[in-house]
Design a protein around this ligand. Sequence first.
Ligand SMILES: C[S@@+](CC[C@H](N)C(=O)[O-])C[C@H]1O[C@@H](n2cnc3c(N)ncnc32)[C@H](O)[C@@H]1O
Ligand SMILES: [Zn+2]
Length: 278
Amino acid sequence: MPFLEHPALCCPLDGLPLELQSGCMRCASNHSFDIAKQGYVNLLSAQDKRSKDPGDSQAMIAARHRFLQSGHYRPIADCIGDVLLPYLQGEALVVDAGCGEAYYLDCLRERMLASAITEPLMLGFDISKWAIQSAARRFPATWLVASNRNIPLVDASVDVLIDMFGFADFASFARVLKPSGVLLRVQAGADHLRELRQIIYPTLKERDSSLSVPEGFSLVQRKQLGFRLSDLDSQDISDLLLMTPHLFRASAQGKQRAAALQSLSLNVDVSLELLQRD
Ligand SMILES: C[S@@+](CC[C@H](N)C(=O)[O-])C[C@H]1O[C@@H](n2cnc3c(N)ncnc32)[C@H](O)[C@@H]1O
Ligand SMILES: [Zn+2]
């Protein structure tokens, strides 16, 4: 897939604009970043890495891809489309921060194309190179390996920022958003995957579902989305465990109980918040 450069891209080391020059992105201080043949650029600086292979592993990305492609979370993607469509007119720059393998960005793009909205300018980044390699196979866009802590985009350049089940950094989000730009956050609610959590944990911790509006933002709207996933099979169950932090937190016995399941029905409960930059 070809890499699509964007004028908002900046150097992660000094913030200077990046330009395409003989197959790499380069700033005026001569820092250069190769464009991978898969169609993305790695703009993660050494100080933004907390490990050698940061973010979700190749196995986690593959599991999330299988699970999401089977359509189990389609109602979440549809709801995001409903909320964001009014903000996507014109040449809006849409950025998914921690996009994973970019299922939601792909659904949003399909929705925009079906609604005859101008070809969207889409940018997805994730700290995991495995996520971005998988995302870049979907459609040509500006795909970056980068961190929320140091987003390689110039100030006030983004119209719509998406943070789905991610690791928000509100100071960075506020910096890159245009003054009237919006941030869509999707987070797990108190009942999210309750039945699975009951199986893998000896005692179920109640989730704190109180949501506070981060500094620098005002709440535009909040929605709670709940639906039932029926008859997940053993592959779905193992993928779901692998794609969430539960796999790391569950006890060995809990994981064994989950591995023995042949089918499971469970609740999906997520909150969507649309926030506007002050
Ligand atoms: C629970 S997954 C959600 C992925 C995607 N948004 C989705 O809903 O399908 C969280 C993602 O955040 C990424 N991540 C973790 N720390 C990050 C950081 N500091 N900056 C950007 N992405 C990060 C992980 O690699 C992973 O792909
Ligand atoms: Zn530079």
